[in-house]
Design a protein around this ligand. Structure first.
Ligand SMILES: Cc1cc2nc3c(=O)[nH]c(=O)nc-3n(C[C@H](O)[C@H](O)[C@H](O)COP(=O)(O)O)c2cc1C
Length: 331
């Protein structure tokens, strides 16, 4: 059944943001248990699909447990984006939303006119997105920023709505800001009055209270969980709890260890031990951040893991040394 964004977002307000190098199939499958409205793939290169790049096709892996699922494409030319949509639609993949990345700030993407470059020229943007909407059999969403160098988000959201886009996700920074400085929600205070379609907001969502605050300032329909959710999956369910005036779920070291093991096992299945190890060196410490227990030492040790079995060994050793098992009950 085709997704109706208004209906979907009236029930759930948290979206798992697309993140290159992170939101692959295993991450989406793991995080989907915490009840986001929608998950998104990493950004997928239109030319990668056109030239049959193996790694690009691997990024499309799903078994349906991460649905509702949005597939995000990026590219610098209308023709190649349209061709990639055709390829995508001929694959036996079940997904719910097609997203176009109009937000990526990195040089490699911007140099070939992709990502946030599209925000510079509203005519070209309208031309691209109206053709994408015509071509796509799925509802289309778009991910944008406040602007490229200058802020033009109020104009961009109207261009996208006119083109037939059904949902807009806005990272409250410009291309120039990259990922630095505070997300500027106050720049989005007019968006609600300018468009009828729903929009979601992104930037600096680390606690349920950040989400409520951002939703209040912007009157947005949804909030995106990105960096703040890495290693902290309860962020998604706790935002929903807070919105529903329900009690927040607490975590502790042992619970985080269980979450980590679950994600690790999915990641190994997806990527194999070698690649999983290198991804987890960056992510594993984040599972043990901001806990009541002093976990600084284990985070330091996890970065040095050499192979996949090292992670559990390091954590178990730390538990034994610090007697955490007594504090938290059995592991
Ligand atoms: C490592 C990393 C990779 C990202 N990759 C993508 C991507 O592929 N597509 C996209 O639209 N946004 C991407 N983003 C942006 C996030 O979706 C999000 O908008 C941004 O991180 C701001 O939210 P935060 O401050 O809560 O992390 C990425 C961000 C990070 C940190």
């Amino acid at each position: 059944m085709e997704i109706n964004f208004n209906e979907l977002l009236s029930k759930k307000k948290v979206i798992l943001a697309p993140m290159a190098g992170i939101t692959s199939f295993s991450y989406r499958k793991f995080m989907n248990k915490f009840n986001p409205a929608l998950t998104y793939t990493e950004m997928i290169s239109d030319c990668g699909l056109i030239y049959g790049n193996k790694k690009t096709f691997e990024m499309l892996q799903t078994d349906g447990s991460d649905r509702p699922l949005g597939i995000q494409l990026f590219g610098g030319k209308k023709e190649t984006i349209l061709k990639a949509i055709e390829i995508l639609e001929n694959l036996p993949i079940e997904y719910d939303v097609l997203d176009i990345n109009l937000a990526c700030p990195v040089n490699k993407v911007v140099k070939s006119n992709g990502g946030s470059t599209w925000l510079k020229d509203q005519d070209a943007l309208f031309d691209l997105m109206s053709e994408v909407v015509k071509k796509s059999k799925k509802p289309v969403s778009a991910k944008i920023r406040l602007g490229y160098n200058e802020i033009n988000v109020n104009e961009t959201v109207q261009t996208l709505e006119r083109a037939g886009v059904q949902f807009i996700m806005i990272h409250a920074r410009t291309r120039k800001d990259l990922y630095h400085g505070k997300a500027r929600y106050e720049e989005l205070s007019k968006v609600r009055d300018l468009i009828k379609i729903p929009f979601g907001i992104s930037g600096d969502i680390y606690t349920p209270f950040d989400a409520i605050n951002a939703l209040k300032i912007t009157r947005a329909d949804a909030v995106l969980v990105a960096r703040g959710g890495v290693g902290n999956p309860l962020l998604i369910s706790n935002i929903n709890h807070l919105l529903n005036n329900e009690e927040l779920e607490e975590t502790n070291f042992n619970k985080q260890f269980e979450y980590f093991k679950e994600y690790k096992s999915l990641l190994v299945k997806e990527k194999g031990e070698k690649i999983a190890t290198s991804i987890l060196k960056g992510i594993a410490p984040k599972f043990f951040l901001n806990l009541k227990e002093d976990s600084k030492e284990v985070r330091k040790r996890l970065v040095a893991a050499q192979n996949i079995s090292d992670f559990d060994k390091i954590i178990e050793e730390f538990i034994n040394e610090s007697n955490l098992s007594k504090i938290n009950g059995e592991v």
